[in-house]
Design a protein around this ligand. Structure first.
Ligand SMILES: O=P(O)(O)OC[C@H]1O[C@H](O)[C@H](O)[C@@H](O)[C@@H]1O
Length: 300
């Protein structure tokens, strides 16, 4: 994708411009009166969002992240679609689907006001995606950057039959010190504990992290909060279209094993993911659509 052409067609002075990452991936830089953001067109992945009223980024991106065709960028908001987690049919297809490993298209850019900017990215089936997942589809990801960050992922089923999907915003939130972090809003909620053979358990109180955590919470409400006293902030996640949430932190051993994480990166991020996963499978009738939405705000 040619940066000059993207700028000619979609840049909006002074809010939106396209630059080339050293990998060659096109990035969208957004700078309006309330926030700054960076979005990778590869993966349709928000890599940075910082409200101007705050001194830290909302998001974590690993310094060792891969920016390579066919690999996922470790950090920001990877899009998991049309399945969340391992290949549901155990055919060796990529974990978390194929959207995060693919260049999306820029469909529209808009300066809604001086404070708010909107970008719409899209992806449709190609012979290559149909090899992995047989169905025709249209995916539209709308990103609104203002005093908060809003993501809306709309799946349109262009198939003659109904399709079933799982999906998610695999968001890496930056935290100051994982040992002090608490996730609120999951008290009295059931979860599948992936570090304990997928056993079903009940959360009591807030979620704290002092070892590897990989859980799928079910029947989740619309609001979750990450309290991060070391950065003096609270991150609020509001969602619609999702009844499940994943909380993931790899802790030390897995960080050491992952080639795209620094050894102690697990101290600096927590994934709290707005998903449709486990029993929260979405069936979309032929010609139908489904919208998953998440909104992130930072409070002091
Ligand atoms: O390394 P990735 O493929 O990006 O996956 C990272 C993690 O994503 C999710 O949160 C899953 O629940 C984890 O089991 C997985 O390890």
């Amino acid at each position: 994708m040619n940066i000059e052409q993207l700028n000619q067609n979609y840049a909006i002075e002074p809010h939106i411009k396209f630059i080339e990452h050293k990998s060659g991936f096109p990035l969208i830089e957004i700078d309006n009166t309330t926030a700054k953001a960076v979005i990778s067109v590869y993966g349709g992945q928000v890599l940075s969002f910082q409200p101007k009223s705050h001194s830290d980024d909302l998001l974590f991106v690993s310094n060792k992240a891969y920016y390579q065709q066919g690999k996922a960028i470790k950090g920001g908001v990877p899009i998991c679609w049309p399945w969340f987690g391992p290949d549901p049919d155990s055919k060796g297809r990529p974990s978390h689907g194929f959207v995060r490993n693919r260049l999306s298209k820029v469909a529209q850019t808009q300066a809604l006001s001086e404070e708010t900017t909107k970008i719409i990215l899209s992806l449709s089936d190609t012979p290559d995606t149909r090899e992995i997942w047989a169905h025709p589809f249209e995916l539209s990801l709308s990103l609104t950057i203002g005093s908060s960050l809003t993501l809306e992922l709309v799946t349109r089923n262009l198939c003659e039959q109904a399709v079933s999907i799982t999906q998610g915003f695999h968001t890496y939130f930056k935290v100051g010190d994982i040992n002090q972090v608490q996730v609120l809003g999951l008290d009295n909620t059931n979860y599948f504990d992936k570090v304990d053979g997928g056993q079903q358990k009940l959360q009591t109180g807030s979620v704290t992290i002092d070892s590897e955590v990989d859980r799928i919470y079910t029947s989740v409400g619309e609001k979750l909060t990450i309290e991060d006293p070391s950065l003096g902030r609270r991150l609020c996640i509001t969602s619609t279209g999702s009844k499940s949430a994943v909380v993931w932190n790899p802790w030390e051993k897995i960080s050491l094993q992952m080639g795209d994480l620094e050894d102690d990166d697990y101290k600096r991020f927590l994934c709290v993911e707005t998903v449709n996963a486990a029993t929260d499978v979405i069936n979309i009738p032929s010609g139908g659509e489904y919208k998953l939405m998440a909104n992130y705000t930072v409070e002091s």
